[in-house]
Design a protein around this ligand. Structure first.
Ligand SMILES: C[S@@+](CC[C@H](N)C(=O)[O-])C[C@H]1O[C@@H](n2cnc3c(N)ncnc32)[C@H](O)[C@@H]1O
Length: 208
């Protein structure tokens, strides 16, 4: 048998999967990577973004390591490999600076929160003790591997979230952190989305 007849079958399966996961996508949730150094970490975060149903990923990329256009990113081998092709399915946008990214988010009425193993800014919360459903549009920032999150991002964020550390080392790596943080946030927001839809279907007043 030639490969041709299998192609539409494969396309149908992909379409079926895409339709099946649609209701679980967390709309208006963006993961922001601020000045990541390692392409493998970018790929891992994009993989987590896709796997956990985060709507988009933004990358603050002052060194211009990524192409401007998402289509070009999808064709970049290094990103496709490290994200195990998740880049093909999750929208990624790059920014030249933290300021440009914050301005874009604020213009679109997104509230930012930062993550750090340290106490930063005015309001600090332990990851699983905070409520991530109170902001309709939420951007979650992850900092650089060595320098962490910038003061600029902290200043323009509502709070700083941390995963408690009980070992001798100072921090978790970017890929691990994004997996843990985005798991908690998407879990809360999916539960909320489900509850809101359930109420709406019955024509009752929602608390959104
Ligand atoms: C390798 S860490 C950076 C360590 C850096 N020395 C610092 O001061 O933050 C990279 C990023 O992962 C996230 N991160 C690492 N450990 C974390 C933790 N325990 N809680 C929350 N975020 C963490 C933060 O976004 C951090 O900027």
């Amino acid at each position: 048998m030639t490969e041709e007849p299998d192609k539409p079958k494969h396309r149908n399966k992909v379409r079926e999967r895409a339709d099946a996961i649609k209701p679980y996508l967390c709309k208006n949730l963006i993961a922001v990577l601020e000045n990541p150094h390692d392409i493998k970490n970018i790929g891992t975060v994009i993989r987590n973004v896709n796997a956990l149903g985060v709507e988009k990923a933004y990358v603050v990329d002052p060194k211009g390591a990524l192409p401007d256009d998402w289509q070009d990113m999808r064709e970049r081998n290094s990103l496709s490999k490290t994200s195990v092709s998740a880049i093909k399915w999750s929208f990624v946008k790059r920014f030249d600076s933290t300021e440009a990214c914050l301005a874009h988010l604020e213009e679109n009425r997104f509230v930012s929160i930062v993550t750090s193993p340290h106490v930063k800014g005015m309001k600090n919360e332990v990851l699983d003790e905070a409520d991530y459903t109170i902001y309709t549009k939420l951007a979650v920032w992850f900092g650089n591997e060595a320098k962490g999150i910038s003061d600029e991002a902290v200043k323009r964020s509502e709070m700083c979230v941390s995963i408690p550390m009980f070992g001798m080392i100072e921090s978790l790596n970017l890929g691990t952190t994004s997996g843990i943080v985005l798991y908690e946030i998407t879990k809360q927001r999916r539960e909320y989305q489900k509850k809101y839809k359930w109420r709406n279907k019955r024509g009752e007043k929602s608390d959104a």
